[in-house]
Design a protein around this ligand. Structure first.
Ligand code: PEP
Ligand code: MG
Length: 839
């Protein structure tokens, strides 16, 4: 079938032609820009996506229209895909369309036999494989006699001579490319890159500039930036006597710039090289991006045949955007929008070099980004000894508990078999900035035997592994790494982001070290200090346990008296580091099981420190054990049952605030009540805390103010937020627990089946990772709305792990929240994501 073309179906890409990305694709538009810059671009034509779609259905343009695409001279053309977005790929380029016996004879005259052979052979091969769909093995030859054998193979397989009519060749090439775009695999591949279901494809037909032949001939690419580091460096290559699969026998690769390892284009053709560099510079300005230029040299004459955005690593993406804005080529808003927030976390940590080989032994949930390599250890003690020997180690555990904290500090990375995004290991590792993979459910750990089994491989204690917490992959051995890049570009980009955003960003910080990290990343305050985490430290854990284990008021008073100065000191340090920025302190919320010793050794240690018989401790542990600790005596429930605990914390906070004021830091502490489900809980706690404040004012003669707020972590608290807001200066949604309770899904166990749930499409994403907007989000909107109805000025925030996730941050922004709070190492990501939402 032939189709009459409309004038817009095929347009010559001239400076004033009507070419658009939507109608003709990105490549066509880019070529037009190069033409407008008056670069030496061979005559090119754009075939509109509409026409390409018709071709896929067998409706082809007529011969006249196609004939016009061939030039007089050699009459060869190259056909390339032109999707709306270059990332979506497309069918492979086909070169040398139009060659036949007659043209071949002419080429022998003009370019020599070798070049003519190479050109004809490469087209026969590509036509046979891509258009006629013959077995690639039959057309894999090169060298002497290959051309005639390939033509013979074609004849034998197809029962006809190789097509000699250039128009027929072009028709078939266009049809096969149009159809390839519609194939199921191509659709899947581009949809994975974000292409819509009906993504259109344009095609570009360009007259060939031949890269094989007399004099200096060849093809190459050039860019002014290193794709991995983003540093200014001319990179690329020049392949003499080569173009795609067309390769003459005297082919040779040259360096672009002068290089002691071999010949360079810069020496072979200095003027041509200088022109190329100049074209790259001009393209950067006109196309508003770093471009990789594709060029052909034909007997010393330069043609620019294509340009593409430079491929870039995350760090290069930041440098490129910032330098474009600094040079006034793009506005700062656009620089901020051009960098994927997630990419920043790659700059803050070591990363596995994307160019390095990866020997993957297991996969799990990418719980904390960055990569580190070390020797396998199976216990916190072994991790500490390893660190003491100065050896890097990876702590591998079924799951982690407070006892493992010191091991986590000593390790360079953590791997657990169980757990999800908000499990203990994940939260702590993110806080420490340690690469971490959790829920690697296919591994099995035999700590006694000192082995880790993963996918048929057996790794032993002491073996080297690499944890890639960015991808969730465990690699055998020590992978090649890229260093963090917290450079000027990184800081500049975030400064621009801060000027643009209207959603606050605070950090979840429990220790002075966390707080310092938070300030380093310019968090605007602490949005969540989990005070029970202050006692994960080896020296302090026993005091915390003593307090939890006390079964008489007297014993508890003694333990609390020991805790008070420690807490006061902790808060003083936090206030000092945060230098007047708000600090939100959450009263104790110890899910008790996280504080019970896990094994015999731990129980014995506890008995020793409490100076109690083992049997007493065991009995007490039994008495405290809960069937469902996450829904048990946690948070405010502990606060109401044993009110002296919160009294002590409130006192410590107020005394620290007074001390801070005396050294010049004006602090308005924010006290937050966890796991609330009823208004009355808030009233009771508020009454007691007000009483403590009055007592401290009395004793010290100093005045101070504080703000009392509530963590909304239970569905009921969200539904009753109106009621609760009457007693609260702020509400902070603890979306970890809120997700756990809304789904009825254990945050510590969900990792076991999350992968399969997401794979089966039950959940789009892990809801502990990305906020579930439909369910948990609705509770959040309902809660925020009800709270604002009664208290329009109330501060509303999110402090669950979702606060560091760009997609969830976008939701928080739409919900009109005041700020989000996330792990310190996610603060830069959050600052950028929040800015992008505000633009
Ligand atoms: C939460 O539940 O979202 C929260 C921030 O508290 P935690 O993770 O300590 O339970
Ligand atoms: Mg919680």
């Amino acid at each position: 079938m032939t189709r009459r073309l409309t004038p817009s179906d095929i347009v010559e890409i001239a400076a004033d032609a009507k070419v658009s990305v939507e109608a003709h694709g990105w490549r066509a538009k880019c070529l037009q820009r190069l033409v407008r810059m008056e670069l030496p671009v061979p005559r090119s034509f754009a075939i509109a996506a509409e026409a390409v779609r018709a071709m896929a259905q067998g409706v082809m343009p007529d011969a006249d229209a196609l004939g016009a695409l061939f030039a007089n001279g050699d009459g060869l053309v190259i056909v390339r895909p032109s999707a709306v977005n270059p990332e979506w790929g497309g069918p492979g380029t086909v070169l040398n369309v139009g060659i036949n016996d007659a043209c071949y004879q002419r080429l022998i005259e003009s370019h020599g036999r070798q070049a003519a052979d190479a050109i004809y052979l490469s087209f026969v091969q590509s036509y046979a494989i891509n258009v006629a769909r013959l077995d690639p093995d039959m057309f894999a030859e090169s060298g002497e006699g290959a051309l005639s054998r390939s033509l013979a193979a074609y004849r034998a397989e197809m029962d006809e001579e190789f097509p000699q009519d250039p128009i027929r060749q072009l028709t078939e090439v266009l049809r096969s490319m149009a159809r390839a775009w519609e194939s199921p695999t191509a659709r899947l591949l581009r949809q994975a890159k974000g292409a819509p279901e009906d993504a259109p494809l344009g095609l570009v037909v360009q007259q060939m500039a031949l890269a094989v032949g007399p004099g200096l001939s060849g093809s190459g690419t050039i860019q002014l930036i290193d794709s991995v580091s983003g540093a200014a460096r001319i990179t690329g290559r020049f392949r003499g006597q080569m173009q795609g699969t067309t390769k003459a026998e005297n082919a040779e690769t040259l360096y672009l710039t002068r290089d002691e390892r071999g010949p360079a284009l810069e020496d072979a053709a200095p003027q041509l090289f200088a022109d190329l560099v100049e074209y790259c510079r001009a393209a950067r300005v006109r196309l508003r991006d770093e471009m990789m230029i594709e060029f052909v040299v034909s007997d010393g004459a330069l043609s620019i045949i294509d340009a593409l955005r430079v491929q870039r690593s995350s760090r290069a993406a930041v440098r490129i955007s910032v330098s474009l804005a600094e040079d006034g080529i793009i506005p700062t808003e656009e620089a901020v929008l051009r960098v994927e927030p997630r990419a920043l976390s790659e700059l803050m940590h070591y990363q596995v070099d994307p160019r390095a080989p990866r020997d993957i032994v297991a996969r799990g949930i990418d719980a904390s980004p960055g990569a580190a390599a070390g020797r396998i250890v199976f216990s916190a003690t072994a991790a500490q000894s390893s660190a003491a020997r100065g050896e890097s180690c990876v702590l591998v555990r079924r799951e982690t508990a407070p006892e493992d904290i010191r091991g986590m500090h000593a390790a360079v990375a953590v791997l657990t078999e169980r757990g999800g995004m908000t499990s203990h290991a994940a939260v702590i590792a993110r806080g420490l900035g340690l690469p971490c993979i959790v829920g690697a459910s296919r591994i099995s750990i035999d700590a006694r035997a000192g082995v880790l089994r993963a996918g048929g491989r057996v790794l032993k204690e002491g073996d080297l592994i690499t944890i890639d917490g960015t991808s969730g992959e465990v690699l055998a051995g020590s992978a090649e790494m890229l260093e963090p890049a917290l450079d000027d570009s990184f800081n500049q980009l975030l400064t621009w982001a801060d000027d643009l955003r209207d959603l606050g960003v605070r950090a979840n910080a429990d220790t002075p070290e966390d707080a310092r990290t938070a300030r380093m990343f310019q968090a605007e305050g602490i949005g969540l200090c989990r005070t029970e985490h202050m006692f994960f430290d080896e020296m302090r854990l026993p005091i915390m346990r003593e307090m939890i284990f006390a079964d008489s008021p007297e014993d508890r008073r003694v333990a609390l008296a020991r805790l008070l100065p420690i807490q006061r000191q902790d808060f003083s340090e936090l206030f000092h580091i945060m230098a007047g920025h708000p600090v939100t302190i959450r009263l104790f919320d110890p899910p008790l099981h996280e504080f019970l010793p896990q094994d015999r050794e731990g129980i014995r240690g506890l008995a020793e420190s409490l100076d109690l018989p083992l049997s007493d401790v065991t009995r007490r542990i039994d008495a405290l054990s809960e069937f469902n600790p996450m829904l048990g005596m946690r948070g405010v429930r502990l606060g109401l049952t044993v009110p002296e605990i919160y009294d002590m914390q409130a006192r410590a906070i107020f005394e620290a605030a007074i001390a801070a004021a005396s050294s010049g830091d004006v602090v308005v502490p924010e006290i937050m009540i966890p796991l609330v489900s009823a208004r009355r809980e808030v009233e009771i706690v508020k009454t007691r805390i007000d009483a403590v404040a009055a007592a401290v004012r009395n004793e010290t003669g100093q005045d101070f103010t504080y703000r009392l707020g509530v963590m909304v972590e239970t569905p009921r608290a969200a539904l009753r937020a109106g009621d609760i807001a009457r007693h609260s200066a702020f509400l902070s949604f603890g979306t970890n627990d809120l997700t756990q309770m809304t789904y009825g899904l254990s945050r510590d166990d969900a990792g076991r089946f999350m992968g399969s749930y997401v794979q089966q499409g039950v959940y789009d994403e892990d809801p502990f990772h990305i906020l579930d907007e439909d369910g948990v989000g609705e509770l959040l909107l309902t809660g925020a709305g009800r709270a604002r109805e009664v208290a329009p000025d109330i501060t509303i925030a999110v402090c669950g792990e979702h606060g560091g996730n760009p997609q969830s941050i976008a939701f928080c922004h739409r919900a009109g929240l005041d700020y989000i709070s996330c792990s310190p190492f996610r603060v830069p990501v959050a600052r950028l994501a929040a800015a992008q939402e505000s633009i």
